[in-house]
Design a binder for this molecule. Structure first.
Ligand code: ADE
Ligand code: ZN
Length: 332
């Protein structure tokens, strides 16, 4: 790729719809926060070249839990949010939606309110300093089960805030079904929140059917394995359900052996609304900017195709209509 194109992509306004706050903590920030909170980190959390140590999907989820174990105060959440948004803004990101998990906060005795107030402060400080707009999606954790998801959905419904725009679900896709979580998603939807769920990442197309047939979702986290079922691809396009695609994450987690095998272009060609996202940047050695550069370098997308991805992402975002219109004008 030419330096000129790389430079134009760097400046292109970008929109990130799929990142997890607990998965955005850089190793050095984990150490700083752990130290100020007097917490000893698990031996072996980091590799010798200072990334997180993990092998497969379940080990990744464990390392992610371990990193978030040091978060104890609103200030900790503020600092992660601010640092992540600063880095996004430096790559041209104008809008970012981040999943936050009240279950991780609760596991160390933090209240929902403290977790939230830290995130809100981080978003406000980042918008003031870098102009980036941040919003939050409250996420339940699939492997903690449907009853716990109900608790999280009820907390969401009981504590509205203009920055909280949606409800989502991450975690281990091999536990429970999507339909098991319908009561939690229905509480969130009835309270006016847009919904998304991780599906078609570790499991195949049947998991995406399960989600779109049983949950009030307008987006799917990943959903890349929908490409194994042409009828599902047609259904996603017909219903305007957007896929939050994270190619770097998919390679790191061995969903595909390499980017040459990744179905991003197949999804775009099917007319499905698509965004490009980082998921858990330091865990997967990526960023939203890296994903856009890779869109050109590895998938042959040109600047206007990447701009159209930013536009599709902004349209599929859970932002209010005014924010959407304002930021769509910036994307052009
Ligand atoms: N939580 C954080 N990242 C995730 C992923 N890629 N899949 C499922 N749950 C997650
Ligand atoms: Zn994710």
């Amino acid at each position: 790729m030419s330096a000129l194109l790389a430079n134009k992509i760097q400046k292109l306004p970008k929109v990130e719809l799929h990142s997890h706050l607990e998965g955005c903590i850089q190793p050095h920030l984990v150490r700083t926060i752990a130290e100020r909170n007097g917490i000893s980190l698990k031996h072996g959390l980091f590799t010798t070249d200072d990334t997180f140590a993990w092998g497969d999907f379940v080990e990744f989820l464990q390392a992610y839990d371990e990193a978030s174990f040091c978060l104890r105060k609103a200030q900790d959440y503020r600092d992660i949010m601010y640092t992540y948004m600063e880095q996004c803004a430096a790559e041209g990101t104008i809008y970012a939606e981040t999943f936050i998990s009240p279950d991780h906060a609760a596991a160390v005795g933090m209240s929902y309110e403290d977790m939230l107030s830290g995130c809100i402060e981080g978003i406000n400080d980042a918008e003031r300093d870098f102009g980036i707009v941040g919003r939050l999606i409250i996420s339940c954790i699939r492997h903690l089960g449907p009853d716990q998801a109900l608790v999280v959905a009820q907390q969401l419904a009981d504590n509205p805030h203009p920055y909280i725009v949606g409800f989502g679900m991450g975690g281990n896709e091999s536990m429970y079904t999507q339909a098991d979580f319908a009561p939690a998603f229905n509480i969130a939807a009835a309270a006016g929140f847009a919904c998304t769920t991780h599906a078609g990442e570790i499991l195949g197309p049947e998991s995406v059917w399960d989600a779109i047939d049983n949950l009030p979702v307008t987006r799917i986290g990943h959903g890349v394995r929908s490409t194994e079922d042409p009828a599902l691809m047609a259904e996603l396009a017909k219903r305007g359900i957007a896929l939050e695609v994270c190619p770097g994450s998919n390679i790191a987690l061995s969903v595909y052996p390499d980017l040459a095998s990744h179905p991003l272009n197949k999804i775009l060609q099917a007319g499905i609304s698509t965004s490009l996202n980082s998921d858990d940047p330091p865990f997967f050695d990526t960023t939203v900017g890296t994903e856009y550069q890779s869109g050109a370098e590895d998938f042959g997308l040109d600047l206007e195709q990447l701009r159209s991805i930013s536009r599709m992402a902004m349209e599929a975002s859970f932002a209010d209509a005014d924010t959407k219109a304002r930021l769509l004008a910036v994307i052009g």
